[in-house]
Design a protein around this ligand. Sequence first.
Ligand SMILES: *[C@@H]1O[C@H](CO)[C@@H](O)[C@H](O)[C@H]1NC(C)=O
Ligand SMILES: *[C@@H]1O[C@H](CO)[C@@H](O)[C@H](O)[C@H]1NC(C)=O
Ligand SMILES: [Cu+2]
Length: 255
Amino acid sequence: MFSAILTLFVTALAATSVDAHGYVQEVVIGSTHYTGYLPYQDPYYPVPPQRIIRKIPGNGPVTDLTLIDLQCNGDSVDGVIGSAPAPLFAPVNAGEEVKLNWTTWPDSHVGPMITYLARAPSDITKWQPGDDAVWFKVAEAGKTADGKWAATDLLTAADSIYTFTIPPNLKPGQYIIRHEIIALHGAFAYPGAQFYPSCIQIEVSGSGNAFPDASSLVSFPGAYTPETPGIVFDVYDNTSQPYPIPGPAVWTGGN
Ligand SMILES: *[C@@H]1O[C@H](CO)[C@@H](O)[C@H](O)[C@H]1NC(C)=O
Ligand SMILES: *[C@@H]1O[C@H](CO)[C@@H](O)[C@H](O)[C@H]1NC(C)=O
Ligand SMILES: [Cu+2]
């Protein structure tokens, strides 16, 4: 009896790990390492550690493009609908690299990696963008001409570290980095694509003054619909067709 229960428990654990997806577990800027929000540890501390990444409910995806969850993978954490702000933010210089360390990503979950920024109008530790159009894309990677996906091929080759650069002329201020993997293994119809967004709070310093036109900013939810190219895409369809990365063009940063 006891061992039957134990077996069930072990089986459940094994099933969980097979099914595990992922999240950004660490952010590295210069020589500083910031532990990410750890959904299976942080909530259980008597005094939860303070993070620069907004809370997520777990390692699972968002699939409904109309939900506020699409913004930061926060749903109703602590009764806050949407992206509950984190208490900390990381200083970073315009033009500096930011390294995002993902948990081991499952090989089957191929897809693009896309990074947006949104400038906080005031204190980022209190700001929730809601569905305002505040986001602009600063980096994207999909499928290379020889068929390698950003996730998992390139990410795994880079030791699970995704690197992007803060635009060198970006106007200083507090920003949310919205970084996501879109897993396409089930994306042959909508809903199917799996969104794994992560929201990281930073404060950019520098002497630049570049910022995108207000008319080019997008909202989450809002930027993606079932008709947006790249949201429905059959990755097993055996053609060497290129993958259209969803969302607006990358902002070139006034360079
Ligand atoms: C990514 O973060 C994990 C957890 O902190 C750490 O063990 C691992 O070494 C990091 N990976 C790299 C390449 O730094
Ligand atoms: C693609 O086509 C090749 C050659 O016909 C085949 O071996 C392979 O299994 C196909 N791959 C997929 C994902 O359909
Ligand atoms: Cu998965």
